[in-house]
Write a protein that binds this ligand. Structure first.
Ligand SMILES: NC(=O)C1=CN([C@@H]2O[C@H](COP(=O)(O)OP(=O)(O)OC[C@H]3O[C@@H](n4cnc5c(N)ncnc54)[C@H](OP(=O)(O)O)[C@@H]3O)[C@@H](O)[C@H]2O)C=CC1
Ligand SMILES: O=C(O)C1=N[C@H](C(=O)O)C[C@H](O)C1
Length: 272
């Protein structure tokens, strides 16, 4: 079978460069195109050389439609507005679109869901195997431990450049906890605490955000009871775990019927 031809959006970014390296290392995929923001200083550079993966003979360009015209899939770790637009292009081209971008609002999520009628979209706040397995464990723990006895808090830390909070992963883990408790996260989450907050509301799911240095991504879900505490954690040491997951997702999505899928589907951890 022919290698899957992949385009990397945001090819000059932290994840973009990790994706270019992952494609070079993984069988079954080949770098076909690389796009960046109009005006980016990396336009015209070879994507492989920029990423330290050797010459790829793929120049970074600005036109997404031209880049995906003859591609099979798009790997996209950019910004919410860009990902929503790219989903529309992926739908027109009827290709696979792997979205790792976090911080999407309701508008962007609606555009992505609409695009998934024609594109095969895999979207997840975290593409690593470890975090997705952690989500399954969090769901089980939240189901097993009664809300009256155990409080759930999600703690995350990331590098100083991260622009969205709580992280996509923290929200994914919060959703897993809410699913275990059979509640809607939106109705029970406490995203910020400041000042005289009063006592903790029973059954709520709290979030705490730390930012600093070069931390790739640390997440803990704490289930705190009377006299005991369970902590389920994941520590990302390298962005290659997300990049390899994204390439795996693209290979999984190639030729699959259009729809909006998650990494749990890709990894066979979904119960749907
Ligand atoms: N799901 C997961 O597993 C993971 C998700 N992420 C998420 O991925 C996203 C990116 O993270 P990271 O790589 O650290 O961020 P970066 O800022 O390093 O990368 C984003 C890149 O997208 C580029 N970009 C901006 N606009 C466009 C455009 N119109 N077309 C093409 N490229 C564009 C940026 O260019 P410029 O800087 O010039 O504006 C930048 O190079 C974040 O939302 C992050 O949370 C990160 C790691 C793992
Ligand atoms: O911005 C990052 O770096 C990361 N973003 C994702 C998130 O928001 O959870 C995944 C990972 O933790 C790194």
């Amino acid at each position: 079978m022919k290698d899957m031809k992949l385009v990397v959006a945001g090819a000059g970014g932290r994840m973009g460069q990790a994706l270019v390296r992952a494609i070079a290392e993984m069988p079954g995929a080949v770098l076909h195109g690389a796009i960046e923001r109009d005006g980016s200083p990396v336009i015209g550079r070879d994507a492989g050389e920029l990423a330290g993966a050797g010459h790829a003979d793929v120049a970074i360009t600005t036109d997404p439609l031209a880049a995906i015209a003859h591609a099979d899939g798009l790997l996209d770790f950019t910004t919410p507005a860009v990902s929503a637009d790219l989903a529309g292009y992926a739908a027109q081209a009827r290709i696979a679109h792997v979205i790792g971008t976090t911080g999407c609002g309701a508008d962007e999520d609606a555009k992505i869901a609409a695009a998934a009628r024609h594109a095969t979209i895999v979207k997840s706040g975290n593409m690593s195997l470890g975090v997705n397995l952690l989500a399954v464990l969090v769901r089980q723990a939240a189901r097993a431990l009664d809300a009256a006895d155990f409080d759930i808090e999600v703690l995350e830390m990331h590098h100083r450049h991260k622009v969205d909070a709580p992280s996509g992963t923290a929200l994914l883990l919060g959703e897993a906890a809410a699913a275990g408790r059979e509640i809607a996260l939106a109705d029970h989450s406490v995203r910020v605490r400041d000042g005289h907050t009063g006592p903790r509301e029973a059954g709520s799911i709290g979030f705490a955000t730390l930012r600093g240095g070069s931390v790739v991504g640390d997440h803990s879900v704490i289930l705190a009871g009377q006299g005991e505490r369970i902590t389920l954690s994941h520590h990302a040491e390298d962005r290659s775990i997300f990049a390899r997951g994204a390439v795996k997702a693209a290979l999984w999505a190639h030729g699959r019927k259009p729809g909006l899928y998650s990494m749990l589907d890709v990894l066979g951890l979904s119960d749907r």
